[in-house]
Design a protein around this ligand. Structure first.
Ligand code: SF4
Length: 64
């Protein structure tokens, strides 16, 4: 599985960081989220799905 964030859409809401802190990070000054692990283990699929569902602007893409 590969994840990416469309930085044109991301508004740094941070919901994905709450859903999957292993995969996403957001500092005080950040205007877009940082992906910490773009190819996460399959065991994290549920957290990835949660992050996708919670993102208010549908900026997170998942392949595979
Ligand atoms: S939830 Fe969506 S908009 Fe918010 S930081 Fe994550 S990717 Fe960006």
């Amino acid at each position: 599985m590969k994840i990416s964030v469309d930085t044109n859409l991301c508004e740094a809401h941070g919901d994905c960081v709450i859903a999957a802190p292993e995969l996403f990070d957001l500092g005080e000054e950040d205007e877009v989220v940082r992906v910490l692990d773009a190819e996460p283990a399959e065991a994290l699929r549920a957290k990835v799905d949660m992050a996708v569902r919670l993102c208010p602007v549908a900026a997170i893409r998942v392949e595979g």
